[in-house]
Design a protein around this ligand. Structure first.
Ligand code: GLN
Length: 297
């Protein structure tokens, strides 16, 4: 049993948390402490610096409990229960992939491409928390479908949709099954951040990643299984001139670029993240034999 904290000032609680995390060998005890305190005190980083008031015991207890979870190795985002992406907060927890800044690259590309269409119809495949679908739905006048297979992830998706009042149709299904529900040529855009880590590499990733669902990370032997499945099954659903946009793992640009060129796509473009890694790829479906004339806007 842990002793109940009687009462503590914010700076004292700050020190107690920091030393708990430092003793546990956390990589960034200062940052983790700040995030935990801001979460339990419902204040901004800026406000936190100015606080030296007493913290009610139940709040201090809660902060220390979150600190202990973090100290045991659980990802900070799961401990906090929410994380922000492109200016919006999303509920996260065990069973769903944590939103990452990397994903801004593909979302930015998708937004740019979608703005050329009027009332675009978009499918976000392997949606997870729904960060891609929700950002697109909030930023565009669009019809957005979000497909997610995992029951646990789907609960987060639904919660996030209602939290943001996003006009997204959530579909809980395997993407190989629900593809039948879409008419050929009915989509203007397909976006996806599929699992793309090579199976063998997974156990070597940092310990926090091991808490995340394998289903959201494992992209098969070379990490590219989902790109192949999506391109093979979903390309007919894109209309002529429609756009596909993927987030990519490191070193996957060449493989996916070839995959797209071989399957009737043109204008294949890569977009880098801040490290200079090609983190997203987009391409246009070129009319092959089956024209779905573009609705001119
Ligand atoms: N970006 C994640 C990672 O490197 C992987 C996400 C994914 O597989 N789509 O941990």
């Amino acid at each position: 049993m842990t002793a109940r904290i009687l009462s503590m000032t914010v700076p004292a609680l700050n020190n107690a948390l920091k030393s708990l995390l430092t003793r546990a060998g956390a990589e960034n005890p200062d940052g983790d402490t700040r995030e935990i305190l801001c979460a339990v005190l419902s204040c901004s980083h800026h406000q936190l610096i100015l606080r030296d008031d007493e913290v009610p015991p139940e709040i201090a207890d809660r902060a220390m409990e979150l600190g202990r979870r973090r100290a045991s190795g659980e990802p900070l985002q799961y401990v906090l229960g929410s994380w922000s992406f492109m200016g919006r907060e999303y509920l996260v927890g065990e069973g769903v992939l944590i939103p990452r800044d990397d994903t801004e690259v593909v979302v930015t590309e998708a937004l740019r491409a979608a703005r050329r269409f009027r009332d675009p119809v978009i499918a976000d495949l392997c949606s997870g928390t729904g960060i891609i679908a929700i950002t697109l739905a909030k930023e565009l006048d669009a019809t957005v479908y979000a497909v997610e297979k995992s029951a646990r992830a789907f609960r987060y998706l639904e919660e996030n949709l209602s939290r943001h009042q996003a006009k997204v149709k959530a579909i809980r299904a395997d993407l190989a099954d629900c593809v039948r529900d879409f008419d050929d040529g009915s989509l203007d855009m397909i976006v996806s951040n599929p699992p793309y880590i090579c199976s063998e590499e997974l156990p070597t990733l940092q310990s926090e990643v091991q808490y995340e669902p394998r289903l959201a990370l494992d992209g098969g032997r070379d990490g590219c299984d989902f790109y192949r499945t999506i391109v093979r099954l979903w390309t007919p659903k894109l209309r002529d001139g429609g756009v596909i946009a993927f987030e990519l793992g490191e070193g996957q640009f060449e493989t996916i670029s070839r995959l797209l060129s071989e399957n009737g796509y043109t204008d294949v473009k890569g977009a880098p993240d801040i490290q200079g890694t090609l983190r997203a790829i987009s391409a246009k479906r070129q009319n092959v034999a089956n024209p779905f004339p573009r609705r001119e806007s």
